[in-house]
Design a protein around this ligand. Structure first.
Ligand code: URA
Length: 231
């Protein structure tokens, strides 16, 4: 990768700004100032910008415990989940799928389009598990109707799913698809209302219980390869 491109990728700077920084001598490769923007950086090189070592990994993968009131968007607005991340990552990351503004819990962010596709495409059936609080008691008969697949208010049919009752008004639901507002619409179809919704797992990856709402961490290499096995 070219040195100016590596600097742009790692810092979120524009390409022109990166080129200027290189020309000004603000970038070192293995301790030596390099002023050539087209210098070919190797993955083993240590590149610094104004003395700080750059993260040159090709892709980044984060788990966020999304707090209520934030929006799963790439737009850099006040309410965006990206505001919970350092500025250097904001231009690079996007959300893997979406959670509603009032939904909390596991949200993945990456800059890897294939990873996103693998987890979100209906073809790959990655499970998503949610903890659901309801406005009124749910019966076994209603659970059975939801599990078998139910017709939503607009005529769409949901696929079979699994529901585990925790209390009369709390359950866990595992879906392999992701229709718009699906969980809320499914419970509305049995005349109930979701009062709180938290995603607690995607595929093999549970929400890290040590993360408080608003906190994030990087996925480990093992977590990434379990979610997204490369051939
Ligand atoms: N289903 C919903 O209704 N909302 C979400 O945020 C996720 C799934």
């Amino acid at each position: 990768m070219r040195l100016d491109a590596a600097l742009a990728m790692a810092t979120g700077m524009g390409r022109k700004e990166s080129r200027l920084a290189v020309n000004k001598g603000q970038v070192c490769v293995d301790g030596t100032v390099v002023r050539k923007a087209d210098y070919a950086v190797k993955s083993t090189d240590t590149v610094t910008y104004r003395g700080a070592v750059l993260d040159l990994r090709e892709h980044l993968y984060f788990m966020l415990c999304k707090p209520e009131g934030t929006v799963s968007t790439t737009e850099d607005t006040e309410e965006s989940v990206l505001r919970l991340f350092p500025e250097k990552y904001r231009k690079r990351l996007f959300c893997v799928g979406r959670l509603d503004k009032d939904t909390t819990g596991l949200l993945l962010l990456t800059d890897d389009g294939e990873f996103d596709h693998r987890l979100m495409s209906p073809k790959h059936h990655a499970e998503k598990e949610y903890l659901v609080s309801l406005a009124r008691k749910i019966s076994s008969e209603e659970i059975a109707r939801l599990e078998g697949g139910i017709t939503l208010e607009n005529g769409e049919k949901t696929q079979p799913c699994h529901i585990e009752k925790q209390t009369d008004t709390v359950c866990k639901i595992v879906l392999c698809e992701g229709k718009y507002h699906q969980v809320k619409r499914m419970f509305a179809a049995v005349s109930n209302r979701v009062t709180a919704l938290r995603r607690i797992r995607i595929g093999s990856l549970p929400l890290d219980p040590t993360l408080a709402d608003g906190q994030w961490r990087e996925l480990t290499e093992e977590e990434v390869s379990l979610l997204f096995p490369k051939k």
